[in-house]
Design a protein. Structure first.
Length: 139
C-alpha cells in the first residue's frame, strides 16, 4: 500500500461542452489562473486551472456531451471566507446561491456552464441554518 504522504492533491477533471465558455466562467468569473494547457491542432483542448490551493482540469469533449454532467457530484472548496467568494462572484456576474450555515460552515453554491456544482465553504460559529441577509455587493 502506498504511503499516505505519497498522495499530494486531488484535482477534479471536468469534461466540458465549450472550452471558451468554461474559461470565461472560471478565469474571468471566479478568478482561476491557467497553470498548464495542451493545444492540439491549434485549439486549446485541456487546461489545468488553479485558485489559491485548489485546482481543476478542464477538457473539451469531442464526443456527444452527456445531458447531465456531474449529476450527484459536488466539488467542495474549503476557503478562509466563503462570504468573500460569494461577494466576488456576484460582483463578476456569477449566479451564486445565498450563503447559509450548514455543518458549522458558511456555504455558497455555484453551477458552472455545464452544470457542475461547486460549493465554497468556510468555518463559522454562526448558528446552524442561518441564512445570509447582508448585501450581495458590500460597500
Amino acid at each position: 500500500m502506498a504511503s499516505a504522504t505519497n498522495v499530494q492533491q486531488v484535482v477534479p477533471f471536468f469534461m466540458v461542452s465549450n472550452m471558451e465558455a468554461s474559461l470565461r466562467f472560471y478565469v474571468e468569473g471566479l478568478g482561476f489562473e491557467m497553470a498548464n494547457h495542451w493545444i492540439d491542432e491549434g485549439k486549446l483542448r485541456w487546461c489545468w486551472l488553479k485558485l489559491g490551493g485548489a485546482a481543476l482540469m478542464l477538457q473539451e469533449s469531442r464526443r456527444p456531451f452527456p445531458s447531465h454532467p456531474g449529476e450527484g457530484v459536488s466539488i467542495n472548496f474549503i476557503c478562509d471566507d466563503a462570504l468573500a467568494i460569494y461577494h466576488e462572484a456576484k460582483s463578476r456576474g456569477i449566479d451564486a446561491s445565498t450563503p447559509f450555515v450548514g455543518n458549522a460552515m458558511w456555504v455558497t453554491m455555484i453551477r458552472d456552464p455545464d452544470g457542475y456544482k461547486l460549493d465554497f465553504e468556510s468555518s463559522t460559529d454562526v448558528p446552524e441554518e442561518t441564512v445570509y441577509t447582508g448585501p450581495a455587493f458590500p460597500k
